[in-house]
Design a protein around this ligand. Structure first.
Ligand SMILES: Nc1ncnc2c1ncn2[C@@H]1O[C@H](COP(=O)(O)OP(=O)(O)OP(=O)(O)O)[C@@H](O)[C@H]1O
Ligand SMILES: [Mg+2]
Length: 327
């Protein structure tokens, strides 16, 4: 939220992350072929406030992980403005940046060095980014292991000795060592058994309270998104199509795509007597997006105008929605 201060525009205290006009284009190079441009993210705007969870949901390939990678500087953005804790994204030193934002990956096994013991994996961010002594670091690691529910004897074990849920706890512990303000969680429980998912989600909720964390929570599972999020951003082929509170999205979705997502998710609390919508047609290629609304080829409500230009986000019924037809 922006407020005016004697003519100077400042960010509200609670705006931890503010993203505007964010684009990410991948160059696809093939031998003897012209370079193709893949628009993974187009004109993304959103903000994340202190202690809240912004859920990000959408089908495979809609750009969720690309967004996570851009926000953690694993990928460079093509265009757009990002402010983190009120400062320009590009003005942070490495250590400052890692103390502000951290990421937990979907597959903890791939993201953890198999040749390192748990204690060293969790200690790494402190070893790299701070001047703390080994004794201090060891104490902090053991304290964090306790907080994420890992017993002390696990400290000297290697990742392959851990179960899936324990490995994810290890990934979470490592991500929290520098006391970040924001944690990006990219499908953090998708690789886990359903029985373990709830334990890890509950741990994340406890840690969020204890450390006053903001979460950017990415999932394609609507029941998980519903459980975790305060606000939700629905993405379709690199664009935001609907952005509102959890209640707005789940109780009164306006974008036809959001409606279809909710209809096709058996676990979510469906509204009684809701209209039944079916998805028709194929997902267009991100390499060859339609001139008009990218959802038009599959949309049961599409009109001629939807083929001619891309609908931009507009406020309708208190949330933002990018659709010519939605009222
Ligand atoms: N390094 C890359 N080079 C080229 N294209 C990429 C690269 N990474 C992702 N893409 C493309 O960008 C688009 C968005 O991919 P992304 O991985 O962000 O989707 P996602 O929403 O995370 O999907 P999933 O739910 O499967 O994880 C896809 O079309 C993908 O093929
Ligand atoms: Mg992904």
């Amino acid at each position: 939220m922006l407020t005016s201060n004697g003519g100077k525009i400042i960010m509200s205290e609670s705006n931890l992350l503010k993203v505007s006009g964010l684009d990410k284009v991948y160059d696809i190079k093939k031998l003897m072929m012209p370079t193709l441009k893949l628009k993974a993210l187009t004109n993304i705007h959103f903000h994340v406030d202190r202690k809240e969870t912004l859920g990000i949901v959408g089908e495979s390939g809609c750009g969720k992980s690309t967004l996570a990678k851009v926000l953690t500087k694993l990928e460079a953005r093509t265009n757009g403005n990002i402010e983190l804790i009120g400062k320009p994204f590009d003005s942070f030193t490495g250590a400052e940046f890692h103390s502000a934002i951290q990421m937990v990956f979907q597959d903890p096994y791939q993201s953890l060095n198999p040749r390192k013991k748990a204690i060293d994996i969790i200690a790494d961010p402190l070893v790299i980014n701070t001047q703390k002594s080994s004794a201090e670091i060891k104490d902090l690691v053991l304290e964090m292991m306790k907080k994420v529910g890992l017993r002390e004897e696990f400290a000297t074990r290697y990742p392959h000795h851990f179960s899936g849920g324990q490995r994810q706890r290890l990934g979470i512990a490592r991500a929290l060592m520098l006391q970040p303000e924001i944690l990006i969680l990219d499908e953090p429980v998708s690789a886990l058994d359903v029985s373990i998912q709830a334990q890890v989600l509950n741990l994340l909720l406890e840690l969020q309270k204890e450390f006053s964390l903001a979460y950017l929570f990415i999932s394609h599972d609507l029941s998980v998104i519903q459980h975790m999020s305060d606000r939700i951003m629905v993405m379709y082929l690199g664009r935001v199509v609907e952005y509102g509170t959890r209640d707005q999205i789940f109780n009164n979705p306006l974008h036809p795509y959001t409606k279809i997502l909710l209809e096709s998710a058996p676990q979510t609390n469906r509204r009684e007597n809701s209209e039944h919508i079916t998805v028709k047609g194929e997902l267009p290629s991100a390499l060859n997006l339609p001139v008009g609304c990218a959802f038009e080829p599959r949309c049961p409500y599409a009109q001629e105008s939807c083929k001619k230009s891309v609908p931009l986000l507009e406020i309708k019924q208190g949330r933002e929605v990018a659709c010519f037809v939605a009222q």
